[in-house]
Design a protein around this ligand. Structure first.
Ligand code: ATP
Ligand code: MG
Length: 209
C-alpha cells in the first residue's frame, strides 16, 4: 500500500499551493506520486465539481449538496485513490472527507451520525495517513481566494460568497476535528510564507516515510 496524504482548510488557506509543491518535491526524488483533488478528481467528478463550486449550484439543498460530494468521492475512491494506493503510489489529495465532515456536517448542520454513516459508505473506511490542516483567519483566506479567482477568471466562488460567520465555523470545525485526531492531523499556521510552510510539510512527510 502507498501513502495517502490530504490537505484541508478553509478558502484560500493555501491547500492547492502546498499540495502542488509537495507533489513536485516527491516527484523530484523519483517517488511515484498521484496528485488529485476533490471534488473533481475524475471526468465525471468534474461535472459534479461545476455544480458544487459555481453559482450553477445556487440554493442547493444541504442534503443534495452532501450527496453530490458523496457521489464525487465514492467514484474517486474506487476509480483513482484505491488503485493508486494499491500500486504503492504517494497519493496527495487536495480536500477529502474532512471537508465534508466540516462543511456539510458541522457548518450546514447535517447530524454527525448521518455524516459518519455516509462517510463509511462512500470511502469504505479509507482514511489519509496524514492530513495537513492549513489554519488561517478567514478574512485573510477570503482575500487571497478573491485575488486568485480574479486572476484565473474562475467562477468557482459559491463558497466564497458565504458570510464571514460561515467561514469562521469552517475554521473552528477543522480545528475541532484536528484536536480529535492529533495523530493524523498536522495543524499549520497558514499565515507563514509559502516556502516556510513547504519546508515544514516536507520535514513532516520525511519523518513519516
Ligand atoms: N503562505 C501563503 N502566503 C501568501 N499567499 C499565499 C500563501 N499560500 C498561497 N497563497 C496565495 O493565496 C491564493 C490561494 O492559495 P491556494 O489556491 O493555494 O489556496 P486554497 O486553499 O487551495 O484555496 P481554495 O479553497 O480557493 O481552493 C493563491 O493566489 C496563492 O498564491
Ligand atoms: Mg484550492
Amino acid at each position: 500500500m502507498g501513502k495517502f496524504i490530504s490537505f484541508e482548510g478553509g478558502e484560500g488557506s493555501g491547500k492547492s499551493t502546498q499540495w502542488q509543491r509537495l507533489a513536485q518535491a516527491l516527484e523530484a526524488r523519483g517517488l511515484p506520486v498521484l496528485a488529485t483533488r476533490e471534488p473533481g478528481g475524475t471526468p465525471a467528478g468534474a461535472a459534479i465539481r461545476r455544480l458544487l463550486l459555481t453559482p450553477e449550484g445556487t440554493a442547493l439543498d444541504p442534503l443534495a449538496e452532501l450527496l453530490l460530494y458523496a457521489a464525487d468521492r465514492a467514484h474517486h475512491v474506487q476509480q483513482v485513490l484505491l488503485p493508486a494506493l494499491q500500486e504503492g503510489k504517494w497519493v496527495l489529495c487536495d480536500r477529502y472527507q474532512d471537508s465534508t465532515t466540516v462543511y456539510q456536517g458541522l457548518v450546514r448542520g447535517i447530524p454527525a451520525d448521518r455524516i459518519q454513516a455516509l462517510a463509511q459508505w462512500t470511502t469504505e473506511g479509507l482514511q489519509p495517513h496524514l492530513t495537513f490542516l492549513l489554519d488561517l483567519p478567514p478574512e485573510i483566506g477570503l482575500q487571497r481566494s478573491k485575488s486568485r479567482l480574479a486572476a484565473e477568471k474562475s467562477g468557482e466562488d459559491r463558497f466564497e460568497q458565504e458570510a464571514i460567520e460561515f467561514h469562521q465555523k469552517v475554521r473552528a470545525g477543522f480545528l475541532k476535528l484536528a484536536q480529535q485526531e492529533p495523530k493524523r492531523f498536522v495543524i499549520l499556521d497558514a499565515t507563514q510564507d509559502m516556502t516556510t510552510l513547504h519546508q515544514k510539510i516536507l520535514q513532516r512527510v520525511e519523518a513519516f516515510s
